[in-house]
Design a protein around this ligand. Structure first.
Ligand SMILES: [Zn+2]
Length: 260
């Protein structure tokens, strides 16, 4: 978990709908905290509760046991946090706040099996033989995710690093980290996907293409929340509070698409 010191909680919303892409309903709970060590920085905590169902493969996957289930849960968190945590600063670009920078961190609550009424997604993980490439999917309408036990291992994909040619340019991706992007409402960026968004078809290393790089545009989904969090300050200063990821990216230039 991130080594940060949360200060006062400034604002929170639960059951937040993703404002772009597939516009997932009730995708996450958001909390905004002061940094206990710096008045110009805040932390955005993106919380998701996931109910995890482990399923054995009907053929020869080897059955789940306590050890392999625990390992999967740890690898799953590690994949999501290492890819998605604190990749870009969100900057206040309107200059009317003491807070200049917001850092983004993800917190997963994984609940195994059983009944639960408060989860954001139900995730079914099938135990697969080692050499079979995973075919995972996410339905933002049904709030379900289908993964398998290989989804926490990097798999070479067809994408390429930008401006690079040759064998060393191919990128790897853990399916768990890519599907997590869909859970946030983000859509596929690679040509040939069932329903890709246009505009990013050359960005092979993007997490929503074939790699594991989170781009500033992917954090733009959190900007409307931050602007709601500071509605009072906007009123007091008679000026809207504006945030941009890396100081440049907002929802309009991020081309995340809408629900199609
Ligand atoms: Zn996808």
């Amino acid at each position: 978990m991130a080594n940060i010191q949360l200060g006062e909680k400034l604002y929170e919303e639960s059951g937040v709908k993703a404002p772009a892409g597939n516009e997932a309903e009730d995708a996450f709970d958001l909390e905004l905290y002061r940094d206990a060590t710096s008045s110009s920085r805040a932390f955005l905590a993106v919380n998701l509760s996931l109910q995890i169902f482990f399923k054995n493969h009907p053929a020869n996957g080897g059955d789940w046991d306590f050890g392999s289930r625990q390992r999967f849960l740890e690898d799953y968190k590690a994949a999501v946090y290492s890819v998605w945590d604190n990749q870009w600063d969100i900057k206040c670009t309107s200059g009317n706040l003491a807070i200049e920078t917001v850092q983004v961190y993800f917190y997963l609550k994984l609940i195994e099996g059983g009944w639960n009424w408060t989860e954001n997604y139900e995730v079914t993980v099938t135990k697969m033989p080692k050499n079979i490439n995973p075919k995972s999917s996410t339905s933002v309408l049904n709030k379900t995710v289908t993964l398998d036990s290989n989804d926490t291992n990097g798999v070479a994909k067809k994408g390429r690093k930008i401006g690079c040619s040759g064998a060393s340019c191919s990128v790897e991706q853990r399916g768990a980290a890519h599907e997590f992007g869909h859970m946030l409402g983000l859509r596929d960026e690679y040509p040939g996907a069932t329903d890709p968004i246009a505009g990013w078809e050359h960005d092979g290393s993007s997490i929503m293409f074939a790699g594991e790089t989170v781009r500033p545009r992917h954090y733009a989904i959190f900007l409307p929340f931050l602007e709601r969090a500071f509605a009072k300050e906007a009123q007091l200063t008679s000026r809207s509070v504006e945030f941009k990821v890396d100081g440049l990216w907002n929802l309009s230039n991020s081309s995340l698409g809408t629900r199609s």
